[in-house]
Ligand binder design. Structure first.
Ligand SMILES: NC(=O)c1ccc[n+]([C@@H]2O[C@H](COP(=O)([O-])OP(=O)(O)OC[C@H]3O[C@@H](n4cnc5c(N)ncnc54)[C@H](OP(=O)(O)O)[C@@H]3O)[C@@H](O)[C@H]2O)c1
Length: 277
């Protein structure tokens, strides 16, 4: 059994990764920061360390994602679980070198491209899973598919984040529509409100409110529980494509269940990523 996870260098991803090390033969650490990846590997017991492989990948750099595929293909013949965990909220609108708005790129587009290229390896597994870490913030989403990159000057960090987390759920459902007949399962989840590095790149009202909420937040270990549950357990087929919270199926927003939205997101993602697909 082989695992690949994005964002295992901090917070929820780090705890998810550590809890799963014993269940997999190969552990692919998909991360952008070499020093953090080295520290993570060093923290593992020596018998586990030999299973871990660092794969450089920046979700804000599409070429790095394409490059990572060749490395992954060298390491594993099939992939059993892909956890698209990395993400973040960013105070100011930033444009990546590929010309994408950073929140959209790091939370959705990068994972779309990564998953697209890993589908052949996933479909070689007996029961492949793609787990997408979303958020309850998706309920506040107000997506505008005519302006997914906030080019009309209406960027707000929270709205961009809420939209991206909605996209994680729509993407999950699209994966199931397209690949469940070939054996693929996909799930989205809310990890809880977790005290991690999340929100550290914000300022102003969001950061103030986030700090106020700190005493009520759960630990990253607690926040990792639903990801771990979905990665480790055989989930009943009837829940394929579902959104989970506290390791239980939960009903996401009406928008998150819209087929039309699903399709628009898929088409728009393919259009924007055309040159890397
Ligand atoms: N914390 C919460 O309350 C909460 C609630 C709901 C959902 N979530 C979701 O949970 C997931 C994990 O968040 P967290 O709370 O654990 O936050 P975190 O501690 O900030 O960890 C985020 C992880 O994502 C990685 N990452 C960010 N941008 C990246 C990029 N461009 N390329 C590659 N990796 C990148 C970070 O890498 P570095 O270590 O290199 O920075 C880090 O490993 C996110 O998807 C977040 O949206 C969090």
């Amino acid at each position: 059994m082989n695992l690949a996870i994005t964002g295992p260098t901090s917070g929820i991803g780090a705890e998810t990764f550590k809890a799963l090390t014993k269940d997999f033969d190969k552990l692919l650490i998909l991360a952008r920061n070499l020093d953090k990846a080295k520290d993570l590997i060093q923290s593992l017991d020596s018998n586990i360390r030999t299973k871990a492989v660092f794969v450089p990948l920046d979700l804000a750099d599409m070429n790095s994602i394409v490059k990572s595929i060749a490395l992954i293909e060298k390491e594993v013949e099939h992939l059993d679980v892909l956890i698209n965990n990395a993400g973040g909220i960013f105070q100011n609108k930033e444009i990546t070198k590929d010309g994408f708005e950073l929140t959209f790129s790091a939370n959705h587009l990068g994972h779309f491209l990564l998953t697209h290229h890993l589908i052949p390896l996933l479909l070689k597994s007996k029961s492949p899973k793609v787990i997408n870490v979303s958020s309850e913030a998706h309920r506040a989403a107000k997506p505008n598919f005519n302006d997914v990159q906030y080019e009309n000057g209406n960027y707000s960090s929270f709205n961009a984040y809420a939209n991206a987390k909605l996209f994680n759920i729509l993407f999950t459902k699209s994966l199931v529509d397209r690949y469940s007949s070939k054996g693929l399962s996909s799930f989205a989840l809310h990890p809880g409100v977790v005290k991690s590095n999340f929100g550290m790149e914000t300022s102003g009202v969001f950061k103030f409110l986030w700090k106020l909420a700190t005493p009520f937040m759960v630990t990253p270990k607690e926040g990792a529980k639903t990801s771990i549950y979905l990665a480790k357990n055989k989930i009943d087929k009837s829940y394929n494509g579902y959104y989970f919270k506290n390791s239980k199926p939960n009903t996401p927003s009406t928008t998150a269940r819209s087929k039309k939205m699903q399709e628009r997101l898929w088409q728009e993602s393919e259009r924007l990523l055309n040159k890397w697909l």
